[in-house]
Design a protein around this ligand. Structure first.
Ligand SMILES: Nc1ncnc2c1ncn2[C@@H]1O[C@H](COP(=O)(O)OP(=O)(O)OP(=O)(O)O)[C@@H](O)[C@H]1O
Ligand SMILES: [Mg+2]
Length: 462
């Protein structure tokens, strides 16, 4: 049942939710009660009763009445209409039903329909609508099916169109796939039929209001305290860092945490497809790409923005995700005095990440021989941090790998930290330890320049 699963997760004493497994198993706190009650809204929104009242309300209401009004202002009017219609049609509704009906109608007018309460629920990180009958959410790293339903496919499409319209875009048969952003920063992707076979699909990745720090990640068990210390030093000493991981593994969150150690006096330029990073420094310029319009014009790609950023006198460039030809320009930036630049890459290991970088640079510049691409990578990138969302829903930094140079035509790496899991016993929770490689990091000399060598060597000690 909704909100009652056996998640071992946990709310801390402050207002920040801690990720799963961070404390001894204990029952999950009661989830924020969905406004439609634990049974969801199916029985209501698909009933004849609701249909009659809904049709009645919309036909009686002046179409422009809602314009410029707030939800609270409209509520009284809608309540009155619902009562009038119930009386006129001799419908027997209880007070509880009436307030549910009014809530549902207002969600339709002002929010995103039936999923509005899920968006308001802070414990939920993703909302996934697969046609009118299935709404899944992710809570504490795990997916659950909710009892919320849409009236029918047209209702889902209607909500999808409202989302797209909110960012000045449209979604219909001629452009059935759209990326958009909600007012609160959440990212939305919509795919309509016939591309989506079982009905319109809306995937919402909610914008996290909590700003997760390295310290918090260490507390939650996403990494050890030593690893957090090392990453903090790496960011402070202006290493060029790549965060590598799979979809939803927490790359952007980690990148954001690393950015906290950018000096207050540094000019940082961030480049993203959809602005997600929340830098705390005062001197930040945030740029966002723009997709082409329906005529195929006006698109601005990440690569254009990276090139432009170089002319904006940046101290550091932060690229939300490297996934194409902009890789070439980012490496150039890292190699030409914009130390401390950071980005993320979609890869399963640091080695894979390097190979992906190579092929992305090749895509951008087919004439470059592989050897010189490798040389460029080896001198540009200092550190690759691998993060993984594991089968128990917990995110862990599984490797911190340093690029130390070239030997022949091979890039030489050195592991600084690894997560070694315990393979001896089955358990739901992944067990293991974070291990320091007990080596002297190649960037120790750089740390010395910042007066942080001793702190760095301390971070490597067990
Ligand atoms: N360490 C963490 N603790 C708790 N929640 C986390 C943590 N890291 C990420 N999350 C949550 O997981 C979700 C996905 O995180 P994030 O966007 O950072 O992943 P990503 O790897 O950048 O995803 P994508 O592949 O879509 O770019 C977000 O809702 C975020 O709040
Ligand atoms: Mg991301």
């Amino acid at each position: 049942m909704f909100g009652q699963k056996q998640v071992r997760a946990i709310e801390t004493t402050d207002d920040v939710t801690v990720e799963e497994n961070s404390a001894a198993p204990e029952p999950a706190p009661a989830a924020a009660a969905p406004v439609n009650g634990p049974e969801g809204n199916e029985t209501l929104v698909r009933s004849e009763l609701f249909k009659t009242i809904r049709t009645g309300v919309f036909s009686l209401m002046n179409a422009s009445a809602a314009v410029g009004r707030t939800r609270e202002q409209m509520k009284v009017g809608v309540e009155k209409l619902v009562m009038e219609i119930a009386e006129r049609e001799h419908l027997n509704i209880t007070i509880a039903e009436q307030s549910q009906i009014v809530g549902e109608l207002l969600n339709d007018m002002f929010g995103l329909g039936p999923i509005q309460p899920l968006l308001a629920d802070e414990t939920i990180t993703d909302v996934l609508v697969n046609g009118p009958d299935q709404v899944y959410v992710e809570r504490h790293g795990r997916l659950e099916l909710t009892p919320f339903k849409f009236r029918d496919n047209a209702h889902v499409i209607n909500v999808a169109q409202r989302i797209a319209a909110g960012v000045g875009r449209r979604v219909d048969e001629s452009s059935p796939m759209v990326d958009a952003r909600l007012a609160d920063g959440s990212r939305v992707n919509v795919v309509l039929p016939p591309l989506a076979i079982h009905g319109a699909t809306i995937s919402i990745r909610k914008f996290s209001k909590r700003n997760i720090t390295l310290h918090r990640m260490a507390q939650q068990g996403n990494m050890s305290q030593q690893m957090a210390n090392l990453l903090k030093l790496a960011s402070t000493c202006r290493l060029n860092i790549i965060v590598s991981g799979g979809t939803g593994s927490g790359k952007t969150t980690l990148l954001n945490a690393l950015s906290h150690f950018i000096g207050l006096g540094e000019r940082t330029i961030t480049i993203e497809d959809a602005a997600e990073l929340q830098l705390v420094q005062p001197h930040v310029v945030s740029l966002e790409t723009r997709p082409e319009n329906a005529e195929g014009l006006g698109g601005v790609a990440q690569r254009d923005l990276v090139r432009n950023a170089l002319r904006m006198r940046p101290d550091r460039i932060i690229l939300g995700e490297t996934r194409g030809p902009e890789a070439f320009d980012v490496l150039q930036a890292m190699n030409t005095g914009h130390d401390g630049s950071m980005t993320t890459i979609h890869a399963n290991t640091p080695r894979d990440g390097i190979t992906r970088l190579e092929s992305m640079v090749m895509m951008a510049n087919g004439n470059l021989p592989l050897l010189s691409i490798r040389r460029q990578i080896a001198s540009a990138v200092h550190l690759i941090v691998q993060i993984e969302r594991m089968r128990d829903g917990m995110r862990r930094v599984t490797r911190i790998t340093e690029l130390v140079g070239m030997e022949g035509d091979v890039i030489i790496t050195q592991e600084l930290f690894t997560f070694r899991y315990d393979a001896t016993a089955y358990s739901e929770e992944v067990k293991g330890v974070y291990e320091s490689a007990l080596v002297r990091p190649a960037f120790a000399a750089r740390a010395a320049y910042y007066g942080l060598e001793e702190a760095l060597l301390e971070a490597m000690r067990p």
